[in-house]
Design a protein around this ligand. Structure first.
Ligand code: NCD
Length: 307
């Protein structure tokens, strides 16, 4: 059956657990999985910049013996000539077995999925969702904390445009005793659709605060985010917002010893480099887990046999 991953909810809690378990096995025993995708092709259709997401998708497919093709900017694709996503995916369906798409427009991967003959993975659509970053985040939290339930998660920065925040909150809302502390300036609060469809519908406890210092002592996880410059309507507003939060050593002193700092990366100014050597800084480890969850996802959507 043709399956896509457009939203974290496209995988049930059980399927998510199976996928994280498979990612763990792939990390522990890479040689066992080195040929499971022999002869298969992944197309990476990136209409927006990316470093980690695109390269970790490509590394994931190469690690399993498959090959990759694609483009890394809209300028180098026929989108620049006016081709629609629907037409592009119809054609790519006969060139590749699976595709990962990043697009500046919310819903573009959904449009692609409705016209596709191959699995479509949403690799980030505008300010909407980024489900494979969420799988990476869940894997990281599980590695660090040994659980996905009973956690107080602080999300800090651009909660309005940050698609990784929307996807992580959506996924985490399905685990028991999860509480969110939403840390942002009033201008960058989470959108009302996330508040209604994720928090209120599921009765998830949350608080909204402006002060990071005030939030830090109560957190198990701090998820820092970059202010999403490319989604702002004017540059002055971005400049006014961009340094709203800077996590430094002095602020880390307010955090519990067992609180971990995650960040989807790229970081701009929001985490001072002096925090990198703190054992609680987990963002570079997080980027590494992204390869294994994407291997597990590709194998699952392609329905290749794995042990
Ligand atoms: C994130 C994204 O693209 O939304 N990056 C990523 O995929 N690791 C976060 C960001 O760009 O700020």
């Amino acid at each position: 059956m043709l399956r896509h991953l457009l939203n974290p909810m496209d995988l049930s809690v059980e399927e998510t657990a199976d996928l994280l378990a498979l990612a763990g096995k792939m990390e522990a025993n890479p040689s066992e999985y080195a040929h499971i995708c022999d002869g298969k092709k992944l197309a990476t259709l990136f209409y927006e910049p990316s470093t980690r997401t695109r390269l970790s998708f490509e590394a994931a497919m190469l690690n399993m013996g498959g090959s990759v093709l694609g483009f890394s900017s809209a300028d180098s694709s026929s989108a620049s000539k006016g081709e629609s996503v629907a037409d592009t995916i119809r054609v790519i369906s006969s060139y590749a077995d699976i595709c990962a798409m990043r697009h500046p427009k919310e819903g573009a991967p959904l449009v692609a999925a409705t016209h596709s003959l191959i699995p479509v993975i949403n690799a980030g659509d505008g300010g909407h969702q980024h489900p494979t970053q969420t799988l990476t985040d869940l894997s990281t939290i599980y590695h660090l904390k040994g659980r996905l339930d009973s956690l107080t998660i602080g999300l800090c920065g651009d909660l309005k445009f940050g698609r990784t925040v929307h996807s992580l909150m959506t996924a985490m809302s399905r685990y028991a005793n999860v509480r969110f502390v939403l840390i942002s300036p009033p201008e960058l609060k989470i959108p009302s659709y996330v508040r209604e469809s994720v928090l209120e519908r599921n009765n998830i406890p949350y608080t909204e605060v402006v002060s990071l210092e005030q939030a830090l002592p109560q957190l198990d996880i701090l998820y820092m985010t970059r202010v999403q410059r490319e989604r702002f309507f004017n540059e002055e507003e971005y400049i006014r917002m961009k340094d709203s939060y800077i996590l430094d050593r002095a602020k880390m002193a307010l955090a519990p010893e067992d609180m971990f700092v995650l960040h989807p990366l790229p970081r701009v100014n929001e985490i001072s480099v002096e925090v990198d050597s703190d054992p609680r800084a987990a963002y570079f480890r997080q980027a590494r887990y992204g390869v294994y969850v994407r291997m597990a996802l590709i194998a699952t959507l392609l329905e290749v046999k794995v042990c």
